[in-house]
Design a protein around this ligand. Structure first.
Ligand SMILES: Nc1ncnc2c1ncn2[C@@H]1O[C@H](COP(=O)(O)OP(=O)(O)OP(=O)(O)O)[C@@H](O)[C@H]1O
Ligand SMILES: [Mg+2]
Length: 162
């Protein structure tokens, strides 16, 4: 599955993320990449909205991990972990917070600046790459399902993520 969406406002990006969230299941990992300010945090906000998560979603200034309590379509409790690795100085910090629990548990886990983790990322995940468009508020969102380290269906990896 590979999908490309162009948005022209913050709200459109949030709504695109809400639609995408309909495909997410417990245990899914979403690796977000893209330059500063392209909308990674807004995308997380949209996923949280889709699961009726109560806490407001902000860019974590000093924490690298946020945890939101949401509900799935059946109304059952569902945890969303939001990691922002922008300020992480070494992989030790990621080990220290126990990333395996987030990646291999039954919560949904979204990671900003996920490319920093490279090989530590689960091989089965979604890659979401955001980039600036031509117009001021234009953004391009590329979503790919990754399985076994290769994108489907053409098997090519996108440059910048390893
Ligand atoms: N089409 C758009 N989609 C998303 N955000 C947009 C769009 N147009 C303008 N914006 C603005 O761009 C900014 C995106 O900020 P956001 O914090 O989501 O980016 P980010 O990728 O998480 O940045 P950082 O790398 O600092 O974490 C917001 O100020 C938002 O209002
Ligand atoms: Mg952010």
């Amino acid at each position: 599955m590979e999908q490309q969406i162009i948005t022209f406002s913050e709200r459109e990006t949030i709504d695109a993320a809400r639609s995408f969230a309909a495909t997410l299941k417990r245990g899914d990992v979403v690796a977000l990449s893209g330059e500063l300010g392209t909308g990674k945090t807004r995308f997380v906000k949209g996923v949280c909205e889709a699961f009726h998560a109560r806490n407001p979603v902000t860019s974590p200034s000093f924490v690298i991990l946020n945890r939101y309590e949401g509900r799935d379509s059946r109304g059952d409790e569902l945890l969303i972990y939001h990691l922002d690795l922008y300020r992480v100085k070494s992989l030790e910090e990621v080990y220290d917070i126990g990333f395996e629990e987030f990646f291999y548990g039954d919560a949904i886990c979204l990671i900003e600046w996920a490319e920093l983790l490279s090989d530590l990322l689960p091989v089965e995940r979604y890659d979401v790459h955001l980039s600036y468009g031509v117009a001021e508020h234009e953004r391009r969102i590329e979503i790919a399902r990754v399985a076994g380290g290769a994108l489907q269906p053409d098997g090519e990896r996108r440059a910048g993520l390893s």
